[in-house]
Write a protein that binds this ligand. Structure first.
Ligand code: ADP
Ligand code: MG
Length: 233
């Protein structure tokens, strides 16, 4: 029996719609992720996948239920994650421009979280940024450019390198490769999988595309609105 790195239990979340009626998105939702495990979360658009990610990251407060990191509650209706949680858990969304400052070089954006968490010297941070770009299949020479000069796929590689910079124990990718051509998706996922194997990082890979998920994840769960139950794939 492996202990969970992160698990969420009894999660309920409803949004109040325009007509002020409350729409239930998650009800009694459960998810468990073990250290080093790659778990897929799939389901049609609008079924609450991003809500799960936002609740884990403390962006959305659940109406009921708890999120645990190992055995400690990190988020619920009254608790918000602490700073260290945001090093241990990193998130990549579909749009890389959320993380890459348009006015900074790509390398500076990768260095930024390391500086924020006091990791390494200035020189070590720059070297690590270059090495992470290489790890993600991005030419480190591109690090001196602003994100506007790079393609969408190159920016997403840089955004993942930035998330990896603080050595997270769990990386959440929410539709992170959505919108990229299939060969690019496959290549980026291969780089990510090799990082994950070396570092024992866990991965929560969220996508509406079940084929995409099944290429990376050993276990995929499927979110169903009616019952909010999870079906093994
Ligand atoms: P998915 O990621 O599976 O596409 P989301 O978690 O983004 O789904 O959204 C689930 C449902 O909740 C959708 O119907 C969406 O319109 C609704 N929703 C999401 N965020 C809000 C919000 N802040 N206010 C009201 N409704 C929301
Ligand atoms: Mg979504």
């Amino acid at each position: 029996m492996h202990e969970n790195l992160l698990h969420m239990t009894g999660i309920c979340k409803a949004y109040t719609g325009r007509g002020r009626e409350s729409v239930s998105v998650l009800s009694d939702f459960y998810l468990g992720i073990r250290a080093g495990e790659e778990v897929g979360l799939s389901g049609p658009s609008g079924f609450g996948k991003s809500t799960v990610a936002r609740i884990i990251m403390g962006i959305e407060v659940p109406d009921a239920g708890h999120v645990f990191w190992r055995d400690q509650i990190v988020c619920d209706a009254t608790t918000q994650p602490d700073r260290e949680f945001f090093r241990k858990v990193q998130m990549v969304w579909q749009d890389p421009f959320i993380y890459l400052n348009p006015f900074l070089s790509v390398r500076s954006s990768i260095v930024e979280p390391m500086a924020a968490f006091g990791i390494g010297s200035k020189r070590e941070r720059r070297e690590r940024a270059d090495s992470l770009m290489q790890t993600m299949g991005l030419d480190p020479n591109l690090g001196r450019y602003r994100p506007g000069m790079l393609s969408g796929g190159q920016c997403q590689r840089a955004a993942i390198a930035r998330a990896l910079a603080v050595s997270p124990e769990l990386l959440i990718c929410d539709e992170a490769l959505c919108g990229l051509d299939l060969p690019l998706q496959v290549d980026i996922m291969a780089h990510l999988t090799s990082v994950q194997e070396k570092s024992n990082m866990a991965l929560l890979f969220i996508s509406h595309d079940r084929d995409c998920i099944s290429r990376v994840c050993s276990r995929t769960i499927y979110l169903d609105r009616q019952t909010n139950s999870l079906f093994p794939d």
